[in-house]
Design a protein around this ligand. Structure first.
Ligand code: IVH
Length: 710
């Protein structure tokens, strides 16, 4: 069936009734549905496009499933319903590749590429006729796919190059790997294509968000959180070896094909097909057959200089490409020439990787600052002579903890190498030992707090030194910043800089001072006018009416974040009620483990803390659970919501409050746990992400408001 026929059939099927057909019609209908679903998959996963809604797609899919469950005799192994296999236990078998999967030789600059050209022209002595195809070097996990009689029969990882793990079931959950491809039209009976399994940046971000959400709830339950995904490459490689193909499907992998490893004619003889004689052209053909291949990101060139220029231009724009690439691959385009040029035991001589430089900068380590966090954790921070790296000026970089410094053997005065890990957070990769001249000094981690001089402690199993003085001024300052911050009391007029200034001027020294400010003193400070003082007054007075959970979170009780705070709020009429709670009772609460319970218990059993709460109450701060009495309905019970774009009828905060007052829960990011995305005007990235998850219902503001109308 061609595209047009598929489209027509799709429309026709969507117009029909989704009923179980009679046995005589079932097989034909199932075949039609399969073709139509494969057609939409191809558009979605290979062309990254879509011509029907997710809802319609799901309907077609559900219909096919329905027919197959009623007439199992008509299930075919390549039906799209078989793509995500049903949790089979994969014990990976070792398989031998049809031809060894070789490595690539590396090059780092235009000169290296010129040398490469010299080597190959020496080999074939026809300089003018060589063309080069240049493709990105995708930074994922390599894979070899075997098709026999047009059917996808085997997938294997690279392994040691000769043998790899057989991961066919997992590969079947990757939508951009077609289960069937029409190679027989070329007289090819068996073929092995090779490529890279990757996760694109948007999907990687989605996965990270999902994992963060999951970890939040695990944390609340006092359970061990899962490791965060380090980078797309590790995540893709890990996914291919997972036991449950359903989990593999959840990782949203893609396979990009860039090479043909082996082919066989109809008589089972290895051959090189006359129509597959150019790297560039071969990729076009594989793309037409349903594979994802390098597209706009590749090029074909007449000279090595032009190929080198293309590599360089990609080095400069790699950050904006949605797939991680760590270089480019320059290949002699003509397959016959490739054969003549040949290979070593390790790599083909007709191809070379052009590796991008790690984004690096060098600077001198001037001094170390020791920052005290709100929980007393001491973090060493390197102050360096400011340098530019990937468009940003860097002057200060975290050194994490004492161990990090010793492991890297960094000294004060060293010239250090700065890299951007994941192109986001600057990181000290090490010191240039050869630049040392004897004046460098060993870094002495302090034994006392840089702010209050109290001695530091470090439990044996931890790597962080802490100041345990509850009155440490530095911790106090951080706690005050936390108190007014967005997820806590949300005092808009009391941002970080203002808190620091007020602490320095001794205008605030503890939480209660915030609600008893000397506005005359503030008015006299530089930069303050009547208007700004008035704004501050107003935002503080509003903060007094914040719901109780905000105050609970603002107090900075160890291990108590906003979710636990909301959980605690539900348990009390007044915050001081928690004085009577034993650890056991706290642990019984959903999402509260022993560590969190202990910390809450200690807080409410400290007389000073109770006095603080009473004082706050006297100053007019709300300590009662007013929201419990304001619950409007349970219409949204058990449902999760996220708002995006501009809302017209209410503010984002009001909308979220409505969700809670009707028993629903707000989520902060798109994940499979989300039930409803309310998309306002100009909705952007979140909407696009949500559209890719069929279980999320995307609704507008009015539909949302209708949901809570009784
Ligand atoms: S061609 C004989 N093309 O890089 C080798 N490889 O360091 C033929 N890779 O194992 C490989 N992108 O996993 C080729 N466009 C591309 C590639 C690519 C990534 C990987 C591949 C290979 C490794 C070599």
């Amino acid at each position: 069936m061609n595209q047009e026929e598929c489209l027509q059939l799709s429309n026709q099927l969507l117009k029909g009734d989704f009923e179980i057909p009679k046995e005589s019609d079932a097989e034909l209908l199932a075949t039609q549905l399969r073709s139509v679903i494969n057609f939409h998959d191809q558009i979605y996963y290979v062309q990254s496009n879509s011509i029907i809604t997710d809802y319609e797609y799901d309907q077609l899919f559900a219909w096919l499933k329905l027919i197959e469950s009623n007439y199992p005799e008509f299930i075919t192994p390549n039906s799209p319903t078989q793509k995500v296999a049903n949790g089979l236990n994969n014990d990976f078998q070792t398989v031998t590749h049809l031809k060894p999967m070789m490595s690539l030789e590396n090059s780092y600059n235009a000169e290296d590429l010129a040398d490469f050209e010299k080597r190959i022209t020496d080999a074939i002595a026809t300089r003018n006729t060589i063309q080069y195809t240049v493709e990105p070097k995708y930074d994922g996990s390599s894979i070899a796919l075997v098709y026999e009689n047009d059917i996808f029969v085997r997938a294997a990882t690279r392994g040691n190059g000769n043998e790899g793990d057989e991961i066919t079931q997992n590969a079947k959950s990757i939508k951009s790997i077609p289960l069937k491809a029409n190679f027989s039209q070329f007289g090819i009976r068996k073929i092995e294509v090779r490529g890279e399994v990757i996760i694109n940046s948007a999907n990687f971000e989605l996965l990270l968000n999902e994992r963060n959400e999951l970890n939040k709830s695990l944390k609340l339950a006092g359970k061990k959180t899962l490791e965060l995904f380090k980078n797309p490459r590790n995540t893709a490689a890990g996914a291919l070896r997972m036991k449950d193909p359903k989990e593999v499907a959840a990782r949203k992998l893609d396979a990009i094909i860039y090479n043909i490893g082996y082919m066989e004619d109809m008589d089972g003889k290895e051959f090189s097909h006359p129509a597959f004689q150019s790297q560039y052209g071969n990729m076009d053909k594989l793309h037409d057959l349903g594979f994802k291949t390098p597209e706009a990101e590749r090029g074909k060139f007449e000279t090595i200089e032009a190929a080198a220029a293309f590599c360089l231009s990609w080095e400069n724009q790699r950050a904006s490409f949605p797939i991680e690439i760590d270089g480019m691959v320059v290949k002699v385009d003509d397959i016959l020439q490739q054969t003549i040029i040949g290979k070593t035991t390790h790599h083909p001589k007709w191809a070379i990787a052009y590796k991008f430089k790690a984004q690096q900068a060098f600077s001198v380590l001037l001094k170390i600052d020791y920052q005290v966090g709100r929980t007393g954790a001491i973090t060493p921070v390197a102050k360096i002579d400011p340098v530019q790296l990937a468009g940003v000026e860097i002057s200060s970089i975290s050194l994490h903890n004492e161990e990090f410094i010793t492991e890297k053997n960094i000294l004060l005065g060293d010239t250090v190498i700065i890299e951007r890990a994941g192109d986001v957070i600057p990181y000290i990769a090490g010191a240039l030992f050869e630049k040392r001249n004897g004046t460098e000094i060993k870094i002495q981690f302090p034994s006392t707090c840089p702010s209050c001089n109290h001695h530091l402690v470090k439990p044996i199993e931890e790597s962080i030194w802490r100041c345990i003085n509850p009155n440490c001024p530095a911790q106090l300052e951080e706690r005050l910043i936390h108190f007014g911050s967005k997820n806590c009391m949300e005092i808009t007029g009391l941002g970080e800089e203002i808190v620091r200034k007020f602490v320095a001027e001794k205008i605030i020294q503890n939480f209660t001072d915030i609600f008893d400010l000397d506005y005359e003193k503030i008015r006299k400070l530089e930069g303050w006018k009547d208007k700004s003082v008035e704004n501050l007054k107003q935002s503080i007075s509003q903060a007094k009416q914040q719901p109780l959970w905000r105050l609970i979170a603002a107090l900075g009780i160890r291990h108590v974040g906003t979710n636990t705070a909301k959980q605690l709020e539900k348990q009390v009429q007044k915050l001081q009620d928690l004085q009577d709670w034993e650890i056991e009772k706290l642990t019984e609460l959903e999402d509260i483990g022993p560590k969190v319970a202990q910390s809450i218990f200690e807080f409410f059993n400290d007389e000073e803390n109770i006095q603080l709460l009473n004082k706050l109450e006297e100053l007019g701060v709300n300590l009662s659970n007013i929201s419990s009495s304001l619950k409007l309905s349970a219409l949204l019970e058990g449902k999760t919501f996220l708002f995006t774009g501009t809302l017209n009828k209410m503010s984002r905060d009001d909308a979220k409050e409505l969700v809670e007052k009707h028993g629903g829960k707000n989520l902060s990011g798109i994940s499979a746990n989300l039930h409803f995305l309310i998309a306002g005007e100009k909705a952007g990235g979140k909407l696009t992400k949500a559209q890719k998850i069929p279980s999320i219902q995307i609704i507008d503001e009015d539909t949302f408001l209708n949901m809570i109308k009784d």
